[in-house]
Design a protein around this ligand. Structure first.
Ligand code: SAH
Length: 195
């Protein structure tokens, strides 16, 4: 029964507050074991990929994949999160406006291989960020408000190349016992969202 979560909305302001308050239990200092386990599926024998991190927070896996020679693009509402990512990895960066997005900024590592957009993911399009060979979706689909899932999935489908790999991490639990996020997204819904 996922009805209990259907109407729940977490506002952008609430996410920014979580970052301000340090209420970020979702952030893990250690790389995610499932990315290590399924890295071969993501890469599929390819090198120098463009990999997208939707709702990226300050996920340490971005540094990890960049160090392997891939080019990483993330999007995150919180400027604090983006700045913490660069400072915690001692990465120098530069900051620029994104003319297509009102108030949107892009933070890029000086080496050029990590670009983090600070804006809502719904402001992005392939004409701004291009298309990706791989996606690491952890704490992203499950963090999106249930009413926005369709929009999120359509956007993601638009942002990937034909021969891309999409790793999705979900959580399984009784949605009557926890209000989310992370939200419970049943497998049947994932199938109908992504086809
Ligand atoms: N994927 C990250 C963070 C998960 S928590 C990880 O694995 O650690 C979800 C993150 O999405 C939060 O940092 C929140 O600030 C951000 N967020 C929420 N709504 C967003 C939106 N519409 N666009 C971009 N980022 C968003």
């Amino acid at each position: 029964d996922v009805e209990s979560q259907k109407e729940r909305v977490v506002t952008e302001e609430e996410w920014l507050q979580k970052w301000e308050m340090g209420n970020i239990g979702f952030h893990k200092e250690q790389g995610h074991p499932l990315l290590q386990k399924y890295l071969d599926v993501l890469l599929n024998g390819r090198s120098g990929l463009r990999i997208f991190f939707p709702l990226c927070g300050k996920a340490v896996e971005m540094k990890w994949l960049a160090d392997m020679g891939h080019s990483v693009v993330g999007v995150e509402l919180s400027e604090q999160a983006v700045k913490e990512f660069f400072s915690e990895h001692s990465l120098p960066y530069c900051e620029e406006q994104v003319p297509e997005i009102s108030g949107g900024k892009m933070f890029q590592s000086t080496s050029g291989n990590i670009s983090l957009y600070c804006c809502s993911i719904y402001d992005l399009s392939s004409s701004i960020v291009g298309k990706f060979d791989g996606v690491w979706d952890r704490g992203a689909l499950v963090a999106v408000n249930p009413r926005d899932r369709q929009c999120y999935a359509s956007l993601m489908i638009n942002l990937v190349e034909k021969n891309s790999s999409y790793l999705l991490v979900t959580v399984s639990y009784d949605p009557n016992k926890h209000k989310g996020p992370p939200f419970y997204v049943p497998e049947s819904e994932i199938k109908s969202l992504f086809g």
